[in-house]
Ligand binder design. Structure first.
Ligand code: IMP
Ligand code: MG
Length: 181
């Protein structure tokens, strides 16, 4: 087990648990998209560890691209305003797009993104997210692949940040309230 940081109240998902789940999602994606033109689209920066691990569990040919959006600033809940900071480098026409994201919280970011990409004639647009905070949903978004349902705590690690910190932790932990209050 990894060393727990002083800012973490509790480890919610340890390294092995995440690894097993990512393997399972990779297997499902490889089966579901066999023979298809698949492009993974990671949302920077939170998706980076999940993307890197998922990519290596996918056994069919695929490509990847990244987008960067901003909606949060340094606060712990969504501002409701989504800005595209970096668009895709590649066309998605006739491709199956799988958006790879760390967490769905209010759903505002992904609902906006799916809508934004809709006009580009992709064959399909689906979502793979590692974590789902279903009880916080404000807009209906459906992910085809969900790693874990998680409770409404502010989580960090494995890509998730608070003010850009903690992304490097190999586990997902609950951030102590005193760190952000
Ligand atoms: P949504 O638009 O509210 O669904 O927010 C999605 C984005 O908010 C994610 O990509 C994360 O960057 C961020 N986010 C939501 N919940 C958490 C959390 O518990 N910890 C860290 N970031 C979070
Ligand atoms: Mg983020």
């Amino acid at each position: 087990m990894s060393n727990i940081s002083d800012d973490i109240k509790e480890i919610l998902l340890d390294e092995q648990t995440i690894k097993r789940k990512v393997k399972e999602i990779g297997r499902r994606v490889s089966k579901d998209y066999e023979g298809e033109d698949l492009m993974l689209v990671g949302i920077l920066k939170g998706s980076v560890p999940f993307m890197a691990d998922l990519l290596r569990e996918i056994t069919i040919p695929c490509t990847m691209d990244f987008m960067a959006v901003s909606s949060y600033g340094n606060s712990t809940s969504s501002s409701g305003v989504v800005r595209i900071l970096k668009d895709l480098d590649h066309e998605i026409e006739n491709k199956h797009v799988l958006i790879v994201e760390d967490i769905i919280d209010s759903g505002i970011t992904l609902a906006y993104l799916v809508d934004y990409l809709k006009g580009r004639k992709a064959k399909s647009i689906e979502i793979a997210c590692l974590l789902n905070k279903a009880e916080r949903r404000k807009i209906n978004v459906k992910a085809k692949y969900i790693g874990f349902e998680v409770p409404d705590y502010f989580l960090v690690g494995y890509g998730l940040d608070y003010a850009e910190k903690y992304r490097n932790f190999p586990y997902v932990g609950i951030l102590k309230e005193e760190v952000y209050k």
